[in-house]
Design a protein around this ligand. Structure first.
Ligand SMILES: Cc1cc2nc3c(=O)[nH]c(=O)nc-3n(C[C@H](O)[C@H](O)[C@H](O)COP(=O)(O)OP(=O)(O)OC[C@H]3O[C@@H](n4cnc5c(N)ncnc54)[C@H](O)[C@@H]3O)c2cc1C
Length: 319
C-alpha cells in the first residue's frame, strides 16, 4: 500500500500543480501511515527536488513528452499496479482532470475530484470538496480498495518537508499514443491562471479592448495574472484562456480583483473560492458586491488609474 502522486511537467520542468499534487500525496500518505511515491514522465528538470515536498521516492517513466491522456493514463495506472499503490493523486489541472477519470476506470477505483482536505480515515476514507459552485461542502467516503483523488489548486501549498531523493527510472507498459502533437503554443511571461495567487480581472464595463492598458498596468504592478469575464472573451476583447467562471477556468487565488464585472452566478462559480475578493463597479447594486470582501463603488476609469498610482507609490516606499 502506497500513494502515487503524478508530478506533471510542462516544457521540461515540474509545474506548480505537480508540486501541489506531491504535497497533497504526502498528506494522504501521512493520513494512511504509508509512503508517497512521486511519478514524473519524460525526465523533467528538478525531479529529485520532489523529495523536498514530501515524496519518499521519485520514479520517472520515459514515455512520450507530449501530453496524451490515453498513454499517460495507461502509464499511471500500470505504474500504480507495479509499485503497489492503491491511492493515485493528481492536481485538479486540465491534465489532472483528463487523467483521473481514465485512471479510476483502469483501477476500478472510486474518484473524488477537487478535494480540499486530506482524507480522514476515521471509519473509512473521507474527503471534503466544495459543491454547488462553492456554496457548500460535501464529504465523500470512498469505499473501493483503490482510490483516485484530484486536489483543488492553491489548496495544499508545496512546503519543504524533506530533502532531495534519487530518481529511479522505471519501465511501464503503455500503448503507443494515437495523438500526434504538431505544435504547442504556451503563454509565457505570466503565471498561468490556475496557478496564480494574484489575479486582476475585468469585464464588459471596460467598454472595449483598447482600454485594457489600466488593467495590464495594475497586473504589472502587483505581479498578477490577468483574467476576464466570458462575454469579453466571446467578443474577442481578450484571449479565451483568460475567461474565468463556470465555463472557463476555475481559480482559487489569494486575491481576485474584479473590475467592471457584474458578478453573474456563472462568473462567481469560477472565482468564489478566492481568499480575498475586491470589486470595483459603478453600480452599488451589482451582485458581485455580495461576494466581495472589499468593494469600491465608482467609475473604473477614475478609480483604477488612481489605485495604480497609489500602488506604485506604496511599492516604491516599501522597496
Ligand atoms: C451557461 C452559461 C455559462 C456562462 N459561463 C460564464 C463564465 O464562465 N464566466 C463568465 O464570466 N460569464 C459566464 N456566463 C455569462 C454570465 O451570465 C454573464 O453574462 C457575464 O458574466 C457578464 O459579464 P460582465 O460582468 O463582464 O458583463 P455585464 O453583465 O455587462 O456587466 C458589466 C458590469 O460593469 C459595470 N460597469 C459598467 N461601466 C462601468 C464603469 N465605467 N466603472 C465601473 N463599473 C462599470 C456594470 O455596472 C456591470 O455590473 C455564462 C452564461 C451562461 C448562460
Amino acid at each position: 500500500m502506497a500513494v502515487l502522486a503524478f508530478a506533471e511537467s510542462l516544457t521540461g520542468s515540474i509545474k506548480k500543480a505537480g508540486l501541489e499534487a506531491v504535497a497533497y500525496g504526502h498528506r494522504v500518505a501521512q493520513a494512511l501511515g504509508t509512503e508517497c511515491i512521486a511519478l514524473t514522465i519524460g525526465t523533467p528538470e528538478g525531479a529529485s527536488t520532489l523529495g523536498q515536498y514530501g515524496a519518499n521516492k521519485v520514479v520517472n517513466v520515459d514515455a512520450a513528452k507530449d501530453f496524451d491522456s490515453q498513454t499517460y493514463a495507461a502509464v499511471l495506472a500500470n505504474a500504480a499496479k507495479q509499485l503497489g499503490c492503491d491511492v493515485v493523486v493528481f492536481s485538479h489541472s486540465t491534465s489532472g482532470k483528463s487523467l483521473a477519470g481514465r485512471v479510476a476506470v483502469r483501477l476500478d477505483a472510486g474518484l473524488v475530484s477537487a478535494a480540499i482536505s486530506a482524507p480522514s480515515t476515521d471509519g473509512g476514507f473521507q474527503v471534503k470538496k466544495s459543491v454547488f459552485s462553492g456554496k457548500g461542502f460535501a464529504t465523500y467516503n470512498i469505499t473501493t480498495a483503490n482510490k483516485v483523488l484530484t486536489v483543488a489548486g492553491n489548496t495544499f501549498r508545496p512546503e519543504v518537508v524533506g530533502s532531495d531523493v534519487a530518481v529511479e527510472n522505471i519501465t511501464v507498459e503503455a500503448p503507443a499514443g494515437r495523438v500526434r502533437v504538431k505544435e504547442t503554443s504556451t503563454v509565457s511571461g505570466t503565471v498561468p491562471l490556475p496557478e496564480a495567487e494574484l489575479v486582476v480581472s475585468a469585464g464588459r464595463g471596460m467598454k472595449g479592448p483598447e482600454n485594457w492598458g489600466i488593467i495590464e498596468e495594475m497586473a504589472g504592478i502587483l505581479g498578477a495574472t490577468t483574467a476576464c469575464s466570458r462575454p469579453v472573451a466571446d467578443i474577442h476583447w481578450r484571449p479565451h484562456h483568460e475567461h474565468v467562471g463556470q465555463t472557463g477556468v476555475a481559480i482559487r487565488p489569494t486575491l481576485y480583483i474584479a473590475i467592471g464585472i457584474s458578478g453573474a452566478i456563472q462568473h462567481l462559480a469560477g472565482v468564489n473560492q478566492s481568499k480575498v475578493i475586491v470589486v470595483i463597479n459603478k453600480d452599488p447594486e451589482a451582485p458581485f458586491f455580495k461576494a466581495a470582501d472589499y468593494g469600491v463603488v465608482g467609475d473604473l476609469f477614475d478609480v483604477v488609474p488612481r489605485l495604480n498610482e497609489a500602488l506604485k507609490k506604496f511599492k516604491a516606499s516599501n522597496n
